[in-house]
Design a protein around this ligand. Structure first.
Ligand code: SF4
Ligand code: SF4
Length: 382
């Protein structure tokens, strides 16, 4: 989670407790995507994220956490895992405990004893065809189609029983992603813009600036405390791709603006040479989200290694379509659009039908077959 934080609001104290500075949090919720345990939640009243802080105020005084004290069954046991004499260390050493989501490499320190595996894995329980006291109404839409395999069924190698509908990996991408693709790609694809390219760079350049500004606006508006967005620059966590992405978007928008200004001033040579830098920044703007999502340890399918090429071919197709009205040699953009759409479909199908590294990712891929495409109802919904 720490790598994914945008403004250093979360920190690990010397005693190992992960604590949050609520006043510093801007409510971007990136940490909620990064945590595979759903341990963080948004306090809507404060517009900031909160979490269990292991009763740091009590631990500092040598007291046990409040939930340990209040539990009448001693069902919660706290202690120092680094102390081999502590009760918790002995239990872990004896192999009596289970951990959640070890495949994510987060090294969790919360151990579970004597629980059903299904209790630790939200996707594992079977979904019977009826409720406890009644049948499922056929017209009621289930958030989790019963035709999709459970985690345990995936682990056994069972395929999803649903015939595939249309798989769109983009379905998991936030709404502003489309703008970023068009904004990012407008610069990258402008190199195809024909012989009078510098003068005609003004209109597609303006398009790039508009979409990039819209993307930045949506990203800021999406923060729970948008007035604090400047903290991404004043107290950045440089390991976070949220911060790096903000810098990339800013650089791309600035570069596009400069190219347009140079072209308008008739400095065609300078504008033309800057367009190569703009093209590289355009690709970075279109693709940085893949690195951001790779930090999301709570969203397995987003960690796919194919996400970067997938975003780039989507950007090529969307950018080509957005730039087509400004191009003289439209057949070139037409080819880019066709190849981009075919590559997108091929990658989406590959993601849908191949096995992934974790059962959660397999389950998420099965959901791709339920994505609606306009008026078309995918077949095989539960
Ligand atoms: S600023 Fe964002 S990543 Fe940091 S704690 Fe707040 S919501 Fe989480
Ligand atoms: S009472 Fe328990 S769950 Fe609540 S903050 Fe303290 S340690 Fe965390």
């Amino acid at each position: 989670v720490r790598r994914h934080l945008s403004v250093n609001a979360l920190s690990k104290r010397p005693d190992g407790i992960v604590d949050i500075d609520r006043d510093a949090c801007i409510g971007c919720r990136a940490c909620m995507q990064a945590c595979p345990y759903d341990a963080l939640y948004l306090n809507e009243n404060h517009g900031a994220v909160e979490k269990c802080h292991y009763c740091a105020h009590r631990v500092e005084k040598g007291l046990e956490p409040a939930c340990v004290i209040v539990c009448p069954e001693q069902a919660i046991i706290s202690g120092d895992l680094n102390d081999p004499r502590s009760r918790i260390s002995q239990m872990v050493r004896d192999g009596q405990t289970l951990l959640r989501r070890t495949e994510q490499g987060t090294g969790p320190n919360v151990h579970y004893k004597g629980v059903e595996a299904a209790a630790l894995d939200p996707g594992a329980p079977e979904r019977p065809s009826m409720y406890l006291w009644s049948d499922r109404p056929p017209q009621k839409k289930e958030s989790w189609p019963i035709s999709l395999a459970s985690v345990e069924e995936h682990a056994r190698g069972a395929r999803c029983g649903a015939p595939c509908g249309v798989g769109l990996a983009g379905g998991a991408v936030p709404g502003h992603q489309g703008n970023r693709r068009r904004g990012g790609d407008a610069g990258a694809l402008r190199l195809e813009a024909g012989p009078d390219r510098v003068r005609r760079a003004v209109r597609p350049g303006a398009l790039a600036i508009i979409f990039t500004a819209a993307t930045a606006g949506l990203l800021i508006e999406d923060l729970k405390r948008p007035s604090l967005f400047y903290r991404l620059l004043t107290r950045p966590n440089w390991k976070s791709w949220l911060v790096k992405g903000g810098i990339i978007l800013g650089a791309f928008g600035g570069c596009s603006t400069l190219v347009v200004l140079l072209a308008m001033l008739g400095m065609d040579g300078a504008a033309q040479s800057l367009r190569w830098a703009e093209a590289v920044l355009g690709l970075a703007a279109a693709g940085y989200t893949a690195f951001l999502f790779a930090q999301c340890k709570g969203r397995d399918l987003w960690e796919s290694k194919l996400l970067l090429p997938h975003l780039l071919v989507q950007a090529a197709a969307c950018g080509g379509a957005a730039l087509a009205p400004f191009a003289t040699e439209r057949w070139r953009l037409g080819w880019i659009i066709v190849v981009g759409v075919l590559a997108h479909a091929a990658i989406a199908a590959y993601e849908r039908f191949t096995r992934h590294a974790t059962t959660n990712a397999n389950q998420a891929a099965a959901f791709l077959g339920t994505v609606r495409l306009g008026p078309f109802q995918p077949c095989g919904m539960g």
